[in-house]
Design a protein around this ligand. Structure first.
Ligand code: GTP
Ligand code: MG
Ligand code: NA
Length: 343
């Protein structure tokens, strides 16, 4: 490994798409959790974050490519709601990410919030991979639990393959109508010009190894500069929440830098800047969702990229979506307070 490769932080990947296309379920499939069934009405209403260590990704992709080189420490995935009323959360999620997964239900094709999400990604020039999800719903699909997609496809009858190809070509046409070239990922010869489609099932796991490996390999290959770890703290507030025993907490995504217990921080509120000190730095266990109540790991310090729950005094009126600043020993507090209020 070169020095540069050693210094990469985890890519931040946002998962977007129309309501019920299977975003949360795809993450459940990778995590081995059941977050989706715990959601009210099966609808995501918050932004979440899950950290996937490289070792777990290696396990899930071994059958696809046993000698894959993973140069990043892991992958931080941000789950977003697809329901139309949460456009602000999609915007917040997409503004944070290095790369995205755009989930399309193979039985439904592109829908209103697929296109809305696509436009957010286009606007920020964010690269994405299309997960063409729910392939197990193709008539007479033969399950092939967690298999690489080529292997799963080989097991299917001609009728299943025909239906798949027909639906795939419709989705490709729909993307074309949005001015976007897409192609099945193993046929895609030019990932600069054409976005890749990975067929997946969040229920039986087919294609998940392909999706994970492509995400990691594409980001570490083409985004080295963006992913090179920087010491300067870059941190965004995702959600503001009251948690029993902790009072008002903030869920943040730390994009660069290190946060320490005791750090003096400044965040933005409607009543002006809040200056406080980090009481506790909490993360869920790896492969667990930050927004789901559970046991938290306590840390003295956390290095980017990571999703973190911060407890501190006086966070009640923090505005989600704004930046968090750390006051260093030589910093001018007034200057930072002004910067915090500019968000
Ligand atoms: P929002 O966050 O509310 O926008 O939805 P979502 O995109 O996260 O979709 P979710 O994970 O809530 O899944 C919606 C429904 O589709 C659930 O009933 C899932 O069980 C089902 N589902 C998701 N993925 C698949 C899949 O690959 N195959 C099948 N058969 N069902 C799926
Ligand atoms: Mg969801
Ligand atoms: Na849903």
């Amino acid at each position: 490994h070169s020095q540069v490769e050693k210094n990469l932080r985890s890519p931040i990947c946002c998962i977007m798409g129309h309501v019920d296309s299977g975003k949360t379920k795809l993450l459940d499939c990778v995590r081995g959790t059941n977050v989706q069934e715990g959601e009210a009405g099966g609808i995501t209403q918050q932004i979440g974050a899950t950290y996937f260590p490289a070792d777990n990704i290696r396990d899930r992709t071994r059958e696809l490519k046993s000698d894959a080189k993973l140069n990043v420490p892991g992958l931080l995935v941000i789950d977003t709601p697809g329901h139309e009323s949460f456009a602000n959360l999609r915007s917040r999620g997409s503004s944070l990410c290095d790369i995205a997964i755009l989930v399309v239900d193979i039985m439904e094709g592109l829908k209103a919030q697929t296109i809305e999400s696509l436009n957010l990604l286009k606007m920020r020039n964010t690269k994405f991979i299309v997960a063409l999800n729910k392939v197990d719903r193709l008539y007479r699909w033969k399950r092939c639990q967690n298999a690489p997609i080529a292997k799963a496809m080989n097991k299917q009858s001609k009728d299943v393959k025909d239906e798949f190809n027909w639906r795939l070509s419709q989705v490709i046409t729909q993307f074309k109508e949005q001015g976007i070239n897409t192609e099945l990922y193993h046929r895609n010869r030019d990932m600069q010009e054409t976005f890749s489609i990975v067929p997946t099932s969040a229920i039986s796991g087919e294609g998940i190894p392909d999706l994970l490996l492509l995400l990691v390999q594409w980001s570490q290959k083409t985004m080295v500069e963006k992913l090179t770890y920087r010491n300067t703290v870059q941190c965004t507030v995702l959600e503001v929440k009251v948690v029993e025993g902790h009072g008002t907490t903030i869920d943040v995504v730390l994009v660069n830098g290190v946060l320490h217990e005791g750090d003096q921080i400044v965040v933005c509120s409607i009543q002006g800047p809040i200056v406080t000190c980090i009481r506790a730095l909490l993360t869920p266990h790896p492969m667990k969702e930050l927004r789901v109540k559970g046991t938290y790991l306590h840390h003295k310090e956390v290095k980017a990229a990571q999703g973190i729950k911060i407890t501190a005094q006086g966070l009640e009126h923090t505005i989600a979506g704004t930046e968090l600043y750390v006051v260093g020993p030589n910093d001018d507090l007034q200057y930072i307070k002004d910067a915090a209020m500019e968000d």
